[in-house]
Design a protein around this ligand. Structure first.
Ligand code: ZN
Length: 317
């Protein structure tokens, strides 16, 4: 994959500068205080930070980071943090105000730096041209923020985390380096597993219908077509109108897919109704913008990605 070198250098330089600035919150108890905005990112950070960091995740398992409502405790966590890891690409629309209000002096690290983003097209209103964009407020950013759906991107996220932790806490460099190396090897194995699984699915069956537009990088890197997403690609993720619902049903039938998929961060009711109306199966729930709660099979990034590819291949075969 094409990797841009200059932005990464800029990140490393700015991290180095930030690390020299005095912080309001010295490292307490020997552990770097770290915040990660959402659960998937939190898992990547924990794998690199190991026992050298005290991590707090703001948006937890099964919770939707797009529509998150911060709590006072989040503000306290930000105020006490040395480093805050965020996705970037306008994923956490609620973070800037919260960070400012908290008075935090933490170094902010956008883990999407150095990743080639997918540019989003203006929403086409599920194929028709009426004025939904104004009605619902067309608020998604310029780029697709769902970078973690490609393991190649996740590896770059890990390298960014590694560089940022070393910049903030150089004394523990050896630990961060070896943790990152070990985890990157696990991600290599995950990537190989996903590609093996995809290869068992005939190319004409690699078609996805999901609740929202989370699988852009997945589709690009693993050779899938996104037939349709049920929710509008707005910050609010508005539900389709009756006319749009009927059109979605037609798109599902025309694509000839045997199954469509609901997601763990979004109420499955709409996908259940679509599946029933189109006469297709509702596949296993996919873990998309959040890890699962304990016991549900998507408690880590690696488990989540393995679950998703097995569920997708199993239901579309
Ligand atoms: Zn999303």
């Amino acid at each position: 994959m094409h990797r841009r070198i200059l932005p990464t250098l800029v990140v490393i330089l700015s991290l180095a500068l930030a690390a020299c600035a005095p912080t309001a919150t010295p490292i307490a108890g020997g552990k770097l205080k770290v915040v990660a905005t959402y659960s998937i990112l939190g898992d990547l950070v924990q794998n690199v930070g190991g026992d050298k960091i005290g991590l707090r995740v703001l948006v937890g398992p099964d919770s939707d980071p797009h529509n998150y409502e911060p709590t006072p405790a989040d503000s306290v966590a930000l105020a006490e943090a040395n480093v805050v890891f965020e996705n970037g690409l306008e994923f956490e629309t609620w973070l800037d105000d919260l960070f400012k209000a908290s008075g935090s002096q933490a170094t902010r690290v956008a883990v999407s730096d150095g990743i080639e983003p997918i540019k989003l097209e203006a929403e086409h209103g599920h194929g028709d041209e009426h004025g939904h964009e104004e009605e619902h407020g067309h608020e998604h950013g310029e780029y697709d923020p769902h970078i973690w759906q490609s393991v190649a991107n996740a590896k770059q996220m890990v390298r960014n985390i590694q560089a940022a932790l070393i910049a903030a806490d150089p004394a523990n460099r050896a630990t961060y380096d070896s943790n990152a190396q070990a985890y990157l090897s696990e991600l290599e194995a995950l990537e190989a597993f996903i590609k093996e699984q995809v290869n068992t699915l005939p190319p004409e069956r690699r078609k996805l219908v999901t609740s929202h537009d989370t699988f852009g990088y997945f589709a690009r890197d693993y050779g899938f077509e996104i037939v349709a997403t049920a929710l509008h690609a707005t910050a609010e993720g508005a539900e389709p109108s009756a006319q749009e619902f009927a059109q979605l049903v037609e798109e599902i039938k025309a694509a000839g897919v045997p199954a469509i998929f609901a997601e763990n961060t979004i109420n499955p009711g709409l996908m259940e109704r679509l599946a029933a109306e189109a006469g297709v199966k509702l596949g296993p729930t996919l873990f998309t913008d959040a890890l699962s709660k304990p016991g549900a099979g998507g408690e880590t990034f690696i488990k989540m990605m393995r679950h998703n590819i097995e569920a997708i291949v199993g239901a579309l075969k």
